[in-house]
Design a protein. Sequence first.
Lengths: 286, 286
Amino acid sequence: MGDDCAVVRADADGPWVLKVDPTLEGQHFEVGSRDALAIARKAVHRPASDLAALAAQPCFALLSLEVPRGTPPSWIRQLIRGVETACRRLGGELVGGHTASSAPRLALHVTWVGRSVLRRPWSRRRARPGDLLLATGAFGGSRLGKHRRFQPRIREALALAASGEPVHAAVDVSDGLALDAGRLAAASHLRLVLEAGEIPIAPAARRLAQRTGEHPLSHALSDGEDYELLLATPPRSLPGLLRTAKRHRFVLSRLGRFEHGSGVYLADEAGALAPVEPRGYVQRFV
Amino acid sequence: MGDDCAVVRADADGPWVLKVDPTLEGQHFEVGSRDALAIARKAVHRPASDLAALAAQPCFALLSLEVPRGTPPSWIRQLIRGVETACRRLGGELVGGHTASSAPRLALHVTWVGRSVLRRPWSRRRARPGDLLLATGAFGGSRLGKHRRFQPRIREALALAASGEPVHAAVDVSDGLALDAGRLAAASHLRLVLEAGEIPIAPAARRLAQRTGEHPLSHALSDGEDYELLLATPPRSLPGLLRTAKRHRFVLSRLGRFEHGSGVYLADEAGALAPVEPRGYVQRFV
């Protein structure tokens, strides 16, 4: 810091992993929110969640900040300190940035430079027919609070990578379970069959469903902002990965399987398949 | 590309150099400008200019883009292609990014990951008493066009670094010659004496002065957005650096010297010194 650029030293060869994400007032947090720590944390965690999907440790972060005219300097300092703290808690460091004032809305653009612990980082393109779809955590209802409080699954990703069990593909869920899992399937040129009875539904999805009248599974499949990790693994990896999850005390569930073909399907208890549309699909099934 | 993160491989140890800069509608380019290529180029070149000040080659870029609702997709594609081209022309590569729509104004946040050709990159903090202040190019009047067309001084910086001549400190001029040179002096705990007769004044500064009624030197000292490179070097480096500049066909001038003390001073032909204030100072001298 102090110079215009951050200078960092690499203590080994890559692969380095680079990611930028914007966190925007009115889109990722409420207009006028003054909760500096929650905003800072979300801005740091959103791109870090993508690093988890490549089994990468966050190392260096940059913040490009746009603040509206009249924002109290003390609040801006609190926000930046919040970003620093959130970076440190992930084992990384805020090494530089830029603040522009007189912006029409508060916006935080955080870039992460991380390093994958794998020589060949996970990709979303290498799932194989017969692979299982596994997921950390539970899905749905994030808007009731998790979207502000989520932890990117760095710790879980590094533990799973260190297990040595083959993982063919991975992605984090930001836009919705069905959508992001479908992207992984499409990128791998495969069909994904989700087991309706196996989807881990978050308690918040059930609470939200009571308000919206939708089925909790609908929220789990489509709400988004879950920031959980999806993995495509061969069946033989399952026991070792489950042991790893148990040892590190996190939830890992089996949600479905990849097959030759294309599209995303939901299987009911009897095994009957129904296609899942990318959006607004769930009311037709549940 | 394709995955959420960019994966890059480092073929040697660092030092890596990281920089993010925003390029904002209404601040760095005119509100409503449709000149996609000029906007793209400036967004790429602004942070690259900071890399030049650390003798760093731009390697990998990320773009976080905010576009207003209703922006034609074809124009957005043109903008992104412009960013890709500008990155390639600097010897780097756009490896990832994010586009957010429905923004209140167009904003491009470009992050550069570069690598310094120097084991110990230049800094703004290591100028020494007796050092000369050198600069590439000429100053002032950037708002008449150069602020859109400037080339970051990457090529020049790499040539000067490769000369092997000692350079103690460097900075690029984005906010104004007097201001940025003063920051270098302050960071090095030194006084800077600028020779009024030696400041290279851009033709645009003379044209602008005819409109504004100010002295061209006033524009050269304070306009900003020159994106030239300032260097603090021991006098013995001067001949070798000038030869390097001549061989690579760029202008390198000697503007002043660093001394024990603090502040920025302007010396007239007779050697009389007058303090230079960080802003709005020039009318008092010229």
